[in-house]
Write a protein that binds this ligand. Structure first.
Ligand code: NDP
Length: 243
């Protein structure tokens, strides 16, 4: 059993917002389990950056939408670390298209990654947090959940579901020492938005620019910290002023 000062599990940590979250939490003194699905090199790069901050950790490959894979991985985490202090449900995909033409595979893949992923990872780790009466769970939703972007019915449904699940869970565990919050980013410069009509979308953003992964990660770090000790069940937008 490994005893670390504080442990954070971050899903989808091989790039983008997830990598920035891993680095911010490492700066805050957490050792990090960097989950990834396919980008082993990216995850290793994240871990190097985490170690560069003086923290420890490891990479773990599992597909959060796959119940068996996740169960095995989470069992290993729970068995090898004494505590899990923070969980960041960040893994996500999009498969955009008009609903009327959307193949069921695209509907299922997006919903499964976000919502099955939330269940598969959160439920077993939550047991560990409840046992210690301490923990913080932050899930990454999207502005799409709040405004319902055209061409993103699957993504908006998944992210809105994540908000509902988080709020319900927050009220179930508030008295057990576990806080559950959501961050809803706007347009953030990562691989996910490559190919999106960024100039057109910028016109809709009051700050007239895209956000950086670090700007999301700092808010996640705050929500995970004791500075946010009276916050649970909240959805915090990080989107350059859209509402
Ligand atoms: P990226 O595409 O850059 O990164 C996505 C990450 O999620 C990768 O590490 C990827 O792993 C991982 N991932 C995807 N599916 C799975 C899975 N089934 N199991 C485990 N890991 C998985 O995206 P962003 O950094 O932009 O997005 C991070 C989160 O923020 C997502 O939930 C996204 O929906 C949300 N978001 C992003 C916005 C943006 O504008 N960028 C806006 C609003 C929300 P690998 O590469 O190893 O496959």
């Amino acid at each position: 059993m490994v005893t670390v000062k504080k442990l954070a599990v971050v899903t989808g940590g091989s790039k983008g917002i997830g990598r920035a979250v891993c680095i911010e939490l490492a700066k805050a003194g957490y050792d990090i389990v960097v989950n990834y699905r396919s980008d082993e090199q990216g995850a290793a790069e994240t871990l190097r950056a985490v170690i560069g901050q003086g923290a420890g950790g490891k990479t773990m490959r599992f597909d959060v939408s796959n119940r068996d894979e996740t169960q095995e991985a989470v069992r290993e985490i729970a068995g090898s670390y004494e505590s899990v202090d923070v969980l960041v449900n960040n893994a996500g995909i999009h498969a955009d298209g008009l609903f009327v033409m959307m193949p069921h595979e695209d509907w299922d893949a997006v919903i499964d990654t976000t919502l099955r992923g939330f269940y598969n990872v959160t439920r077993p780790l939550l047991e560990k947090m409840i046992f210690r009466k301490r923990g913080s769970i932050v899930s990454i939703a999207s502005v799409a959940a709040l405004i319902g972007n055209r061409g993103q019915a699957n993504y908006a449904a998944a992210k809105a579901g994540l908000i509902g699940a988080s709020r319900a869970l927050a009220s179930e565990v508030a008295r057990l020492g576990v806080r559950v919050n959501v961050v809803a980013p706007g347009l953030i410069e990562t691989e996910m938005i490559k190919g999106a009509p960024i100039e057109n979308i910028k016109a809709l953003i009051p700050m007239a620019r895209t956000g950086k992964p670090e700007e999301v990660a700092k808010v996640v770090r705050f929500l995970c910290s004791d500075d946010a000790s009276y916050m649970t069940g909240q959805v915090i937008s990080v989107n350059g002023g859209m509402f």
